[in-house]
Design a binder for this molecule. Structure first.
Ligand code: FAD
Length: 251
């Protein structure tokens, strides 16, 4: 969306910079042992009970070298494979864990301009060192995984900028802050761009997540068709339930 467009000017006060995360993708082998205790949900973890806002600011003010000497502060993890019922069939004896930690976009900025996968030994060494710190946290929680780590893939902010076309290393395009989620923002960041034939959709006009991006698609379709397809979908679903209830058939 061009900076001179009305949509952009209206939305500008709500366009923020999202938090940056360093990602660690962990491939696990089961080697005869089931890893059923992996979390299917997203776990967010904090290393201290101190005020999160303060911890967040202090940690992000560190240089990468200082961060490597400091305990990882905010992190999280989930197992993509455990929530995928087809995973075992497709990759027998394997499992995955995705972990992430709060990071600063500047930490890997000096390598940003270099071609991906060819950013040199310094970059590789630093991303591995940071990734190992996250791995240590995960192994503190799941010590029995130690002998099952098969492979590690590291995702820096430079990788997010390259692969996800971000400017500031974030996973999300906008942070879901209170200011961004206010009524005025919802009213201004609409599907209708104001330019004939051009509509917006996805997480940018609603909230980041697979579910909300899909709902956003329905909102955009509503705008294009001039009908509320979200209410129509609910009405159809309700009709189906009523038919099943009274006539024994939902068709
Ligand atoms: C690392 C990561 C982990 C996440 N984990 C979760 C999770 O566990 N659960 C969850 O609910 N959400 C998660 N999310 C968020 C979720 O993936 C996004 O909110 C959602 O995918 C956004 O959907 P979208 O349609 O807005 O954009 P996208 O999914 O980014 O789709 C945009 C599409 O447009 C294409 N495109 C871009 N430019 C052009 C162009 N010029 N021409 C043609 N095509 C173009 C892109 O290739 C892409 O396919 C995660 C996001 C990230 C980055």
């Amino acid at each position: 969306m061009g900076e001179s467009s009305k949509w952009y000017k209206d939305a500008k006060p709500f366009l923020n910079t999202p938090a940056v995360i360093f990602q660690l993708f962990i491939g696990l082998d089961k080697k005869g042992k089931e890893l059923d205790d992996l979390p299917w949900h997203l776990v967010r973890a904090f290393s201290s009970n101190r005020d999160v806002g303060k911890v967040y600011k202090e940690y992000l003010s560190l240089s990468l070298e200082e961060a490597l000497d400091t305990d990882i502060q905010l992190y999280g993890y989930t197992s993509p494979s455990i929530k995928d019922p087809t995973y075992e069939e497709r990759h027998p004896g394997k499992a995955t864990l995705e972990a992430f930690a709060l990071a600063n976009n500047d930490w890997f900025k000096s390598w940003q301009h270099l071609p991906v996968k060819k950013r040199g030994d310094d970059y590789d060494g630093l991303k591995k060192a940071f990734g190992q710190k996250i791995l240590e946290k995960i192994l503190d929680i799941y010590p029995h995984l130690k002998d099952h780590v098969d492979c590690l893939v590291y995702g820096t902010s430079a990788a997010a900028n390259f692969y996800l076309n971000r400017n500031a290393g974030g996973g999300a395009k906008l942070e879901n802050t209170r200011a961004r989620m206010c009524l005025e923002a919802s009213a201004k960041m609409r599907a209708d761009s104001g330019i004939p034939g051009l509509y917006l959709t996805g997480e940018d006009i609603l909230v980041n997540s697979v579910v909300f991006s899909s709902i956003s698609g329905a909102l955009t379709a509503s705008e294009i068709l001039g009908r509320n397809v979200v209410i129509e979908a609910f009405a159809l679903k309700s009709l189906k339930i009523l038919k099943r209830h009274f006539f024994g058939s939902g068709k």
